[in-house]
Design a protein around this ligand. Structure first.
Ligand SMILES: NC(=O)c1ccc[n+]([C@@H]2O[C@H](COP(=O)([O-])OP(=O)(O)OC[C@H]3O[C@@H](n4cnc5c(N)ncnc54)[C@H](OP(=O)(O)O)[C@@H]3O)[C@@H](O)[C@H]2O)c1
Length: 401
C-alpha cells in the first residue's frame, strides 16, 4: 500500500487518529507519595511544591490505536491492512462495535467482482456482524459499552463495513444479541434474517409485522419462495408460516429437506426440469391462490415467478435477486423493490429488528446451519469464494474474528 494512501486518509475526519498526549507534573522531591495522605498534609505538599522547581515531563504518547481491516483496493483486489486507523465518531448518536463474528453474503463478493456499491477505493465491505460495544457517542441512550450486540449495515459509510475490527454505525441499527445466542449465530441476523423479515412484513404485507402495514391483499393464501433453501429463503419460510401462509419452496433435491423441515407446505424440486414444468407444478398446487412471492435466484427465475402467480387477484412480488427491465409484468402484479438501506436510513425500521429478536428469543425461528471459519480477516476472501461456488447446501458461512 503506498504511503500516499495513508496521507490521503488523514484528510478524512472520520479516520483521524487519536493521539492523546500525556503531560505529567512532578516534583523533584516527592517521588514517594502515600495514598493515605491526609488533607492537611496534602495542603502542606502543595505549598511546598509551589516553592520548588516543577519539572514537566512529557511521556511518549501511546501508539495510535489501529483497526485491522480487509480493504477492497480495486476491482477484485483485496488487501489486509493491520494498521488501518481506529475510527472516530462522526456524531453523538454513533456506536463503535468490536467485531467478534461476521456473516458473509453473496452481495459481498458480487460487489467486488462486478464493481458496484464501492463508492471509491479503498473501501471496506461486509454487511452484518456481531460483537461487543467498544465506544458510544454522548447521545446514545439504549446501548452501553461492553454490551453484546449485532448490526446490519449499509455500504455508503466505509466505517460501517463489517470486514474490520471496529465497525461504526448509528445507534438505531445496533440490537442486543438475544439471550443464549453466540456471536456466530447473531452475526447471521443482519442480512438474510432482516431482509426476510422486512420483505415479508413490510413489502409483502404478511401478518406478524411489528408495525401497522396497509393490507391490500388477503391475509391467507400461498407464498412462493423460488430459492427456498437459500439463507434468506430459510428465514422467509418460517416468517411466512408464522404469518399464516402456506409456502411453496423451489429447491434442488439436495436441499429440499431443509425447506420442508422449516415448514414449507410444498417443495417443488427443480432438478432436471424446465422452467415451464416447474411453473406447472406450482400452479397445480396453488391454483389461482398464489398472491405473494419472492425470488432469490435471479432474473430468469423472477420471470418464471410472474407466470406462476394468480392471474385474477392482486399479487405482491419481491424479486430480491434482480428482475429484467424487459420482464412482462401483468397488471395485477405489483413488483416491490426491497430497499434494505431503509433499515439504516429510517430509524423506525428498528422495530423490524426488535421483532426479529423477539422471535429468536421465543425459539420461533430456527437459524441456518453454520459453517464457521476461524482465523479472522484472513479467512474472509476464502469464505466468499465458497459462497460464490454455490454449493453450501443451505449452510451459512461465518468468519470468527
Ligand atoms: N435485495 C436485498 O437486499 C437482498 C438481501 C439478501 C439477499 N439478496 C439476494 O438474494 C439471493 C439469495 O441470497 P442468500 O444469501 O440467501 O443466498 P445463498 O444462501 O447464498 O444461496 C445459495 C442457495 O441458492 C440455491 N439455488 C441456487 N440456484 C437455484 C435455483 N436455480 N433455484 C432455486 N434455488 C437455487 C442453492 O440451493 P439448491 O441448489 O439446493 O436449490 C443454494 O443453497 C442473492 O442473489 C442475494 O444477493 C438480496
Amino acid at each position: 500500500m503506498p504511503l500516499s494512501f495513508f496521507r490521503h486518509l488523514n484528510c478524512f475526519n472520520c479516520f483521524r487518529r487519536e493521539q492523546p498526549e500525556v503531560i505529567i507534573a512532578t516534583s523533584t522531591s516527592y517521588g514517594n507519595d502515600s495514598a493515605s495522605r491526609s488533607a492537611a498534609s496534602l495542603e502542606k505538599h502543595r505549598s511546598k511544591l509551589s516553592s520548588e522547581k516543577i519539572v514537566i515531563e512529557t511521556r511518549p504518547s501511546s501508539p495510535p490505536r489501529t483497526n485491522p481491516a480487509l480493504l477492497v483496493v480495486g476491482k477484485r483486489q483485496y488487501d489486509i491492512q493491520e494498521s488501518y486507523p481506529f475510527p472516530t465518531l462522526a456524531h453523538e448518536g454513533e456506536v463503535i462495535v468490536r467485531t467478534k463474528a461476521v456473516g458473509l453474503n453473496p452481495i459481498d463478493w458480487k460487489s467486488v467482482e462486478y464493481g458496484f456499491c464501492l463508492p471509491e477505493f479503498p473501501w471496506v465491505t461486509g454487511r452484518e456482524m456481531a460483537g461487543v460495544v467498544e465506544k458510544v457517542g454522548s447521545g446514545v441512550t439504549d446501548i452501553t459499552v461492553g454490551q453484546r450486540v449485532w448490526t446490519s449495515t449499509y455500504y455508503r459509510d466505509r466505517r460501517a463495513g463489517c470486514f474490520q475490527h471496529y465497525v461504526t454505525v448509528p445507534q438505531h441499527t445496533v440490537l442486543p444479541i438475544p439471550t443464549g445466542m453466540s456471536f456466530e449465530e447473531a452475526s447471521c441476523l443482519g442480512v438474510a434474517a432482516l431482509t426476510a423479515a422486512m420483505s415479508l412484513w413490510h413489502w409483502l404485507e404478511v401478518a406478524g409485522s411489528p408495525t401497522t402495514e396497509p393490507q391490500t391483499i388477503p391475509k391467507s393464501g400461498y407464498l412462493l419462495i423460488w430459492g427456498g433453501s437459500t439463507i434468506t429463503g430459510q428465514f422467509a419460510i418460517q416468517i411466512a408460516v408464522l404469518g399464516g401462509l402456506k409456502v411453496i419452496a423451489v429447491t434442488s433435491s439436495k436441499t429440499a429437506e431443509v425447506a420442508k423441515r422449516l415448514g414449507a407446505s410444498h417443495v417443488v424440486i427443480r432438478d432436471g426440469k424446465s422452467g415451464e414444468e416447474l411453473v406447472s407444478e406450482i400452479r397445480a398446487i396453488a391454483g389461482d391462490e398464489l398472491t405473494r412471492g419472492i425470488d432469490l435466484v435471479g432474473p430468469e427465475t423472477a420471470s418464471l415467478c410472474l407466470t406462476a402467480f394468480s392471474t385474477t387477484q392482486r399479487v405482491l412480488f419481491a424479486p430480491l435477486a434482480m428482475i429484467s427491465s424487459k420482464a412482462e409484468v401483468p397488471q395485477n402484479i405489483s413488483v416491490e423493490t426491497v430497499e434494505m438501506k431503509q433499515f439504516v436510513l429510517n430509524e423506525s425500521s428498528q422495530a423490524y429488528a426488535h421483532a426479529l429478536n423477539r422471535l429468536v428469543e421465543q425459539g420461533k425461528l430456527v437459524l441456518p446451519e453454520l459453517t464457521v471459519l476461524d482465523g479472522g480477516l484472513q479467512r474472509v476472501v476464502e469464505g466468499l469464494e465458497r459462497i460464490k461456488k454455490g454449493d453450501m447446501a443451505g449452510k451459512k458461512v461465518i468468519v470468527r474474528m
